[in-house]
Design a protein around this ligand. Structure first.
Ligand code: FA5
Length: 345
């Protein structure tokens, strides 16, 4: 009991002398911590006879409660002093305006891609992505464009240096998203209905409508009864969703080795509504994509029987769409990271 009294007085005196929060912590450890004299004393209680144990235990708990209360009071007082010190040293002007937080934006290409994927998702297409570094096999060979085929010249290619015994160059940066047609069909059985957004690369001099890196989105549908009418219906629906319900579309023959027949789709000019202006080169029409029915040779390559299955595919450049919508006259603005351009979207 005496030791308890002593402890209480000693602790109170020391607490009194403490003048900042830093010194308070060791005090707490010394008098209330797991190794403190008080804790030891409470542990030693078990050795006492029952009557004494009760009395000493109660007294010890009272001392403990008193020390804890003292500690809390001291802590609150010290915190107040510290805060007052801070406020006094550096007055805060609460009337100052807040610092502006600048908001980021999605790149116009990202916005367009998301919107396009959304439209096709609404028609039941799955969104899939694929590699930008591709094999010659997928980018050309399996798409019915063998070595030496003149159509290879349609896609100026960045080749990748890899050593092979025969001296061929089997790797490249994909020149279009069409290689994903093969990769998807190799892995799945019909019905297939996918769109593939992604970056593609062309070894070309850039100008106002051509970049060396740009985005495309590929579409592919294969099933038992797919016809050209399905292709036209899907693309018309797409064009009206994206460019407005009053849009008209035009299909004309075009050549791509992996489709038969092949075609290009144009929409009537957004600026002149088809009358003819600078934007559409006075034709009234603007081409936006290439498409066609999947070539039987391509289907055979992935082990789809062309007597049973038919399909359509299309591929379109993405940047040209916001260019049309917002009257952007140079594609190179998209990836030159000029914030004055990007902040407008
Ligand atoms: C193709 O790339 C074919 N894979 C499209 C296709 C897919 C046809 C499926 C049939 C079936 P093309 O090379 O025309 O086709 O490119 C398609 C679109 O990409 C063009 O209409 C154009 O919008 C865009 N494009 C082409 N070259 C560039 C370039 N250098 N910079 C920006 N956009 C380009």
């Amino acid at each position: 009991m005496e030791r308890l009294e002593e402890l209480k007085t000693e602790a109170a005196q020391e607490l009194e002398a403490i003048s900042n929060l830093k010194e308070l912590e060791p005090w707490q450890v010394r008098y209330l911590g797991r190794k403190s004299a008080l804790t030891q004393l409470l542990r030693g209680l078990a050795a006492l006879p029952l009557e004494e144990r009760k009395a000493v235990g109660a007294a010890a708990n009272q001392v403990k409660a008193a020390l804890e209360a003292g500690w809390k009071r001291k802590e609150a007082a010290l915190k107040e002093i510290e805060l007052a010190g801070l406020l006094g040293a550096k007055p805060t002007d609460v009337t100052l305006p807040g610092r502006p937080v600048s908001l980021g934006r999605l790149h116009p290409t990202t916005q367009t891609l998301r919107q396009i994927c959304g439209i096709f998702a609404g028609m039941g297409f799955q969104v899939v992505e694929g590699p930008e570094v591709e094999w010659d096999y997928y980018n050309f060979e399996a798409l019915n464009i063998p070595q030496g085929h003149p159509a290879r010249d349609m896609w100026a290619t960045f080749w990748i240096d890899v050593e092979t015994e025969g001296g061929e160059r089997p790797m490249l940066l994909r020149t279009h998203t069409s290689p994903m047609q093969i990769r998807i069909m190799e892995k799945t059985r019909p019905p297939v209905r996918v769109v593939v957004p992604g970056k593609v690369y062309r070894y070309e001099a850039t100008d106002v409508t051509h970049e060396a890196m740009f985005y495309q989105i590929e579409g592919l549908a294969v099933d038992k009864t797919i016809t050209m009418a399905d292709l036209k219906g899907v693309l018309l629906e797409f064009a009206r969703h994206l460019f407005g319900q009053e849009r008209r579309v035009r299909f004309r023959c075009d050549y791509f080795p992996f489709v038969e027949p092949g075609m290009e789709m144009a929409i009537d000019c957004l600026m002149c509504q088809g009358a003819g202006c600078r934007l559409c080169g006075h034709t009234g029409w603007i081409e936006i994509l290439g498409a066609g029915m999947v070539h039987p040779e391509v289907l055979r390559r992935v082990d789809y029987d062309p007597e049973i299955y038919t399909g359509f595919a299309f591929g379109m450049g993405i940047e040209r769409i916001p260019m049309l919508r917002y009257g952007i006259d140079d594609i190179r603005l998209f990836y030159s990271n000029d914030l004055r351009f990007l902040r407008q979207f």
